[in-house]
Design a protein around this ligand. Sequence first.
Ligand code: PLP
Length: 342
Amino acid sequence: MKEIDLRSDTVTRPTSGMLKAIMSAEVGDDVYKEDPTVNALEEKLAKMFGMDEALFFPTGSMANQAAIKLHTQPAEQLICDKWAHVFNYEGGGASFNSGVSCKLVDGDRGMITAAQIEENINPPDFYHSPLTSLVCLENTTNKGGGACYDLEEIKEIRKLCNKHGLGLHLDGARLFNALVAKNEDPKDYGKLFDTISVCLSKGLGTPMGSVLIGNKELMKGAMRVRKVLGGGMRQVGFMAAAGVYALDHHIDRLAIDHKRASEIGKTLDGQNYVKLVEEVETNIVIFYLRDGSKEEDFMKELQRENIRISNMGQGKLRIVTHLDYSEEMHKKFLGVLEQMEL
Ligand SMILES: *Cc1c(COP(=O)(O)O)cnc(C)c1O
């Protein structure tokens, strides 16, 4: 059997249907906004979320960084969870690209509440502190193990942002996992956020690409910011075609990834070498080994069976299910977990 790679949902290869869509895409120069497939992808997502505009980006990090730039001025501050991707995994881009600092909130599995945010807003007339101008949420959370926000909490956060004149950005790299898991409508998110980034290259299974979706006023400068960040691309409709295909064919099937992740969580929970499995809500399983068991040894045992997972440090192990993780692989993996002795 092929290698079972559970390190991330970014490891997938395009399916034959997706390859066909890529091969037959009509393309043009997207820097001139003349690529009909990119334009179609952007329109499709803007419509899906009930927002005015969307813009295709090479990566999710660049889409988030562009959003931060659109919302802030240098020396201002954004509020996010201490585990947020925008703070931890974008190379310090918030300070480099936008000159802003991050006020980190000690949230629950990567999620923060309206009350916690309110405590962290600097008084706007106290000029000694950075001016708070933006709140960034992440749904589902990455480091928080695929946890999903409660939409009611986001509504409270929106009200708070309105009250204090703050922008509200959603890092929705895995938003489609949340929408499927909670049976939510993307338009509800479009109503609550000023900008939303979504990844096509995670659970949706394209080779690359993210999209920033937002309302007219803020998106006015988006093309310029993308250009400055080096993200203006030419005949990128080939990749947008993969995105359109994924939106049509790969959203509903995320439920399969969630079911398998939940089964992995249950199996791990029953093993004596496991100390704790975090609640599994979507396609990510985070767990810890019993004291005395080494993560390196566990990973080596798996490697022997041609299985790879992620070690996130501080005892945290991560498994992510995806499009290229088949039922056959799933059965084998559960069997390996049940028989392992550490
Ligand atoms: C993957 C991911 C991104 C974007 O990552 P890129 O590798 O730059 O595409 C952004 N936010 C979260 C939460 C992610 O998991």
